[in-house]
Write a new protein. Structure first.
Length: 192
């Protein structure tokens, strides 16, 4: 299978950019890994921090929604837009005033996401198995792990709400940071 000259040119440009900026990727990877380790060590603090960040995002998006809704008050859907903006402000205020209560809601959303992601990953893996393509086993295992995590979190509620989000975000940051570190070290060694 041959690649076109355009694809080769893009790949070369990406490799040159990675090699030229490997230190930035390394620094980002280290910072993400350290933040992830902190979140794993202090999952309650990380969970509250995430709830507060989401609270601020909802609050400001609601404020912006209110401003734009009133600026276009003669447009169709004014009342629905107004309700949506007020809900954003209200949800933001609730998360900011009671972040642990908000963490329970966020944990439920995370659990639903893990269930849907797990089922989708398993179905994806089984579809690949039927078509005799390789590497479907890891995808199947990933889906099963998502379902197990969802079950552990759901059946441990409300206690798991205090730590689940912080721990899972921490693990994600460590894995992502480690990947960036590995990519940076590879880019440093290989060069364009």
């Amino acid at each position: 299978m041959s690649t076109s000259p355009d694809i080769e040119r893009i790949q070369t440009a990406v490799a040159k950019s990675l090699h030229a900026h490997w230190k930035i990727f390394l620094a980002e990877g280290i910072i993400l890994s350290l933040l992830g380790l902190a979140a794993i060590a202090l999952p309650l603090v990380a969970t509250v921090a995430i709830a507060v960040i989401v609270g601020w995002v909802l609050f400001f998006s609601g404020i912006i929604g209110l401003i734009s809704t009133f600026r276009m008050r003669h447009a169709p859907g004014f009342w629905w837009s107004l309700v949506s903006a007020i809900l954003g402000v209200g949800a933001g205020v609730i998360l900011l005033r009671w972040p642990l209560t908000g963490a329970l809601s966020l944990t439920l959303i995370l659990t639903v996401f893990l269930v849907i992601e797990g089922i989708a990953s398993i179905m994806f893996a089984l579809d690949h198995k039927r078509k005799l393509s390789g590497r479907w086993g890891m995808m199947l295992m990933s889906g099963a792990i998502d379902l197990v995590l969802a079950g552990l979190i759901f059946f441990g509620l409300p206690g798991t709400a205090a730590w689940a989000i912080g721990l899972l975000v921490g693990i994600n940051l460590v894995v992502g940071g480690s990947a960036l570190i590995a990519m940076a070290m590879h880019a440093r060694m290989t060069g364009p």
